[in-house]
Design a protein around this ligand. Structure first.
Ligand SMILES: Nc1nc2c(c(=O)[nH]1)N[C@H]1C(S)=C(S)[C@@H](COP(=O)(O)O)O[C@H]1N2
Ligand SMILES: [Mo]
Length: 360
C-alpha cells in the first residue's frame, strides 16, 4: 500500500515539476526552500511551499487516503487502531491558519558557519490546515495518569534503509492537548500532498517544523520525553533543551535583493511577521542601516499563528550601500537581533533582522 521514493533523480524531478517556486538544497534527501519572490501571498501556495525530508518520501497507494492506518498506544486506556476515515467521522473537523518554519531556517546566514542544511530565508510558509484536534483523539482513547509526552512514528525510512525510521519526534502533552494542535489531512483546502506528509501529519503551531511530524501512523503516549531518531543529541535542541517555541521574526518580500534605488530615495517595504507562542506586537522599518526605525502598518491575520502582513515607506540613506531592514517585536518586548547574536552549534532559530540591499 506504500511506495517509497528514494531515487535522487526521481526526487529531483518531482521537486522541479511540482514546485517551481523552490530552489533545491544540496542533499540526498528531498529539500527545497522558497524563493523570496514566491513568498508574497498571505497563504503560501503549494508550488512555493518549502519541503524538508530527513529520509525517503512515502507515497500512499491505498484505494483511498481514508484507509491510512494510525495506531494510538502506550499509556492510554484503550489502545486504538483507526483510519483517517475514522478520524473524519468520529471527531469534529477544525481549521487553523499557521506558519510552519524549519528550526534551521536562516542557518546559512550565520557569520560563523553552523552544521546542517544551508537554508537561507525560505524554509517557512503559512497555510490553512484542516484536520481533527489531537486532544479529541487522545481523550477518546483515555490518557493514563502518568502520561506527560507523546512520541510519533511515521512511514518514512532512512534513505536506502527500508523499515528504519527516518524521523520520530514527539510533543509534550500540554502542547498535544492545546486547541491549535491538530492531525491535518488538508492543506490550503486540498488533500495533504505526500511531499507535506499526506495523508496525515501533525500541525503544532508555534513549535518548529520538526514537531510537525509528517506521514504519522503511530502515536505513543509516554511518561517521559520521546527518544526516537532526530529527537536526541544535538538535534532540534539549544543548550540541551528541545526547541518548543519559535522566536519573533519577519521577512521582507518587497523590495527584493538588488533593487534599484528610486530617484527620490523613498521606497515601499512589504513583508510578513510571525512568532511562536507570544504574539507579534509591532514591526519597525529602517532605511539607514538600523540607525533610525519607523513603525510599519501591521495588518491583522487569520488567528494567532498566521503571519501578519506589514507595509511602510522608508527613506533610503543617500549614496552607496543603501538597504532596507525590518524588525518585528513580540508582546513580551523581544525583538530580532542584528547579526550573529543567536548563534548555536546547529544553527537553529536564526531570527536576525532581514537586510535587503539595493543594487550598488
Ligand atoms: N516523518 C517526518 N516528519 C517530518 C520530517 C521528516 O523528515 N519526516 N521533517 C520535519 C521537519 S525538520 C520540518 S521543518 C517539517 C517540514 O514540513 P514540510 O516538508 O511540509 O514543509 O516537517 C517535519 N516533519
Ligand atoms: Mo526542520
Amino acid at each position: 500500500m506504500l511506495m517509497a521514493i528514494n531515487d535522487k533523480t526521481e526526487l529531483d524531478s518531482l521537486l522541479r515539476e511540482l514546485k517551481p517556486g523552490l530552489m533545491q538544497l544540496k542533499d540526498n534527501c528531498l529539500n527545497g526552500e522558497a524563493l523570496i519572490s514566491a513568498l508574497g501571498a498571505k497563504i503560501t501556495p503549494f508550488d512555493a511551499f518549502f519541503v524538508r525530508c530527513n529520509g525517503d518520501v512515502p507515497v500512499w497507494l491505498g484505494a483511498s487516503a481514508n484507509d491510512w492506518p494510525i495506531v494510538l498506544d502506550g499509556l492510554v486506556g484503550h489502545p486504538t487502531r483507526l483510519t483517517l476515515g475514522d478520524l473524519k467521522v468520529r471527531f469534529p473537523i477544525c481549521h487553523v491558519t499557521a506558519v510552519i518554519e524549519c528550526a534551521g531556517n536562516g542557518r546559512a546566514l550565520f557569520d560563523t558557519p553552523a552544521d546542517g542544511l544551508q537554508w537561507r530565508h525560505g524554509a517557512v510558509g503559512c497555510a490553512l490546515w484542516t484536520g481533527v484536534r489531537l486532544r479529541d483523539v487522545l481523550l477518546a482513547a483515555g490518557l493514563g495518569p502518568q502520561a506527560t509526552h507523546l512520541g510519533f512514528e511515521s512511514a518514512d525510512s532512512q534513505l536506502g534503509q527500508p523499515g528504519k525510521l527516518a524521523f520520530s519526534r514527539g510533543l509534550p502533552l500540554s502542547k498535544a492537548l492545546a486547541d491549535e494542535t491538530i492531525l491535518a489531512f488538508e492543506m490550503n483546502g486540498a488533500p495533504l500532498h505526500a511531499l507535506h506528509g499526506g495523508p496525515l501529519r501533525v500541525v503544532a503551531p508555534g513549535f518548529p517544523g520538526a514537531a510537525w511530524q509528517k506521514w504519522v501512523n503511530r502515536i505513543i503516549v509516554r511518561a517521559d520525553e520521546h527518544d526516537g531518531p532526530k529527537m536526541t543529541g544535538l538535534d532540534y535542541r539549544i543548550d540541551g533543551q528541545v526547541i518548543e517555541d519559535m522566536p519573533v521574526k519577519s521577512l521582507i518580500t518587497e523590495p527584493l535583493e538588488g533593487f534599484v534605488r528610486p530617484a527620490d530615495g523613498t521606497i515601499n517595504v512589504v513583508g510578513f511577521a510571525w512568532s511562536g507562542h507570544v504574539a507579534v506586537a509591532s514591526v519597525e522599518l529602517s532605511g539607514d542601516g538600523g540607525q533610525t526605525w519607523l513603525p510599519a502598518t501591521l495588518a491583522t491575520a487569520d488567528g494567532r499563528f498566521a503571519w501578519r502582513p506589514f507595509r511602510g515607506a522608508v527613506s533610503l540613506k543617500a549614496g552607496e550601500g543603501a538597504s532596507v531592514m525590518a524588525r518585528a517585536i513580540d508582546a513580551a518586548g523581544r525583538s530580532q537581533p542584528i547579526g550573529d547574536v543567536a548563534w548555536n552549534p546547529k544553527g537553529y532559530c536564526n531570527n536576525a533582522i532581514h537586510v535587503v540591499a539595493a543594487l550598488s
